[in-house]
Write a protein that binds this ligand. Structure first.
Ligand code: FAD
Length: 465
């Protein structure tokens, strides 16, 4: 007697490495008798980009490996498994779909060029249907009061049209069992070496010790919301630069989808009921709308987000100067506030929002260098790199994106005085400078040629005045 084949589907995990509130997984489990959860370390993301950087640098790769390991453990705790592969997504999924006679492949919908190219290659190579679901935003595109083509080009206009009117989904019912075929092989998760990278030296003293995975995302949320109740102070601390708790630090987990913005939203609402509702609790959701907004901007403008003139298609001739760029990248511009931030990024893979705005503005507006080089360094280095947030914010700062103010300029010295008044941040990342300043009784943000071992600024920018 030939046993009837069980209805089998592949759940192709992409940037949605979680079980809780994951519509892709939920759909597949509810429609099929068994599922094959798969994660593919796609070779494309470990190549070198046009500026010579690894597309995924060691900090993010390490975080990703941890997130995949956590996903595997969590699937196993519900009776499931995770098939881990390394290669080309289209080839891997073609082989698997044939081998397991799958009826369909379920995956998260992405919006940017490289991710769409992978989706298209997969669609071409497999013979079963693909079901893509949008899972990474707080607001669902189908609930917006306007189409993506009508998305306002100014965030405030978008927010005003949406924040009071668009319903937030309730969280999906928790999954209680996952049935997988018995013969799924247990492949080891590639280590950094296998991905062509070296183990980074992680500085866990000066920043939050980021660990990838859904479990760690919830640990962070529990710590930030319920244990320390730091959420209640978010609005006043979010421009900070030093330490673990000046902001939520949710971004690396959001970028890989270890936690959904929808879950964060409902936790904020619980916090408001049980602890306090104030401008800080409102502001965290406000920031999640920025995260949504850049994803919708990318859906609207497609590849323009990567164009030299950005989504406004400005006709700007960017300069290129390899030496200046390298100084910026390595934190050697001679402007302490810029250098301290760039050192933090170099040594940890993280930088505050205030820092990112300043160093990006400095590269573009003071050095006049092509913003795409800066964005691609961020892409390689940031532990929380998210294509939409990164390129969207760079467009904004470069004056070719969604900023309603045409000539926004961050005066890095003014900013240092305001946000690092006692130079604690600069001293943390530039210890040699502290020593020199003490010797010469000089305030660090006023570095000048008296500091023999600290170079003069590499440009005479507007910030000097
Ligand atoms: C040049 C530049 C590049 C950036 N690149 C990235 C990136 O690759 N990935 C990334 O997640 N963020 C990026 N940001 C946005 C922002 O700096 C980070 O989201 C934030 O610093 C992360 O820290 P947090 O989670 O503690 O943020 P919080 O202040 O706690 O905010 C909570 C969440 O809101 C969202 N958010 C906050 N600010 C922004 C913003 N300006 N744009 C989009 N979402 C926002 C993030 O998801 C964040 O995790 C960039 C900003 C700039 C200026």
């Amino acid at each position: 007697m030939v046993l009837p084949l069980m209805s089998t589907a592949i759940v192709w995990f992409r940037n949605d490495l979680r079980l809780r509130h994951n519509a892709v997984l939920y759909k597949a489990i509810n429609r099929h008798e068994q599922v094959i959860p798969v994660y593919i370390f796609d070779n494309h993301y470990f190549e070198t980009n046009e500026f010579g950087f690894k597309k995924t640098g060691p900090f993010r790769a390490k975080f990703l490996i941890e997130a995949v390991a956590d996903l595997r453990r969590n699937l196993e705790s519900f009776g499931g498994q995770l098939l881990v592969e390394k290669g080309d997504s289209a080839t891997v999924l073609k082989t698997l779909s044939q081998q397991y006679h799958v009826e369909a492949i379920y995956a998260q919908k992405e919006v940017c060029a490289e991710e769409l190219a992978i989706e298209q290659a997969v669609t071409k190579s497999v013979s079963c249907p693909l079901d893509f679901t949008w899972t990474s935003t707080l607001l669902q595109p189908e609930n917006l009061p306007l189409s993506i083509a009508e998305l306002p080009d100014i965030f405030t206009d978008f927010r005003k049209k949406c924040e009071k009117y668009v319903p937030i989904e309730t969280e999906l019912k928790p999954i209680n069992a996952i049935k997988c075929p018995e013969n799924i092989p247990h492949h080891e998760i590639p280590d950094l070496n296998a991905l062509g990278l070296e183990e980074p030296e992680v500085d866990t003293e000066r920043i939050l010790d980021f660990k990838g995975g859904e479990t760690e995302a919830w640990n962070r949320l529990n710590q930030y919301f319920w244990q320390s109740e730091e959420l209640s102070k978010y609005k006043h601390k979010r421009n900070g630069l030093l330490g673990a708790d000046y902001s939520s630090k949710f971004s690396p987990w959001l970028a890989l989808g270890c936690i959904s913005p929808v879950s964060i939203y409902h936790e904020v609402k619980r916090f408001e009921k049980r602890i306090i509702k104030n401008e800080s609790t409102y502001w965290l959701v406000f920031e999640l709308l920025w995260h949504d907004y850049f994803r919708f901007v990318c859906a609207k403008y497609g590849n323009m987000i990567f164009w030299p003139g950005g989504i406004r298609n400005e006709k700007i001739k960017w300069k290129w100067n390899a030496e200046l760029f390298e100084k910026w990248r390595l934190g050697q511009t001679g402007v302490p506030f810029v250098d301290a931030n760039m050192k933090e990024l170099l040594q940890t893979g993280f930088m505050s929002n205030r820092g990112r705005q300043n160093v990006a503005s400095f590269l573009v507006k003071d050095l006049g260098i092509d913003w795409r080089a800066g964005a691609s360094w961020f892409e390689s280095q940031l532990i929380d790199y998210d294509v939409c947030s990164n390129y969207g914010n760079w467009n904004y700062i470069a004056g070719i994106g969604n900023d309603p103010r045409d000539e926004r300029y961050f005066n890095v010295v003014w900013q240092a005085k305001k946000y690092d008044a006692n130079a604690a941040f600069i001293k943390t990342w530039l210890p040699a400078l502290e020593h020199l300043c003490a010797e010469h009784a000089i305030e660090p943000w006023k570095t000048n040629d008296k500091l023999m071992h600290y170079p003069k600024p590499i440009v005479q920018g507007r910030f000097m005045k």
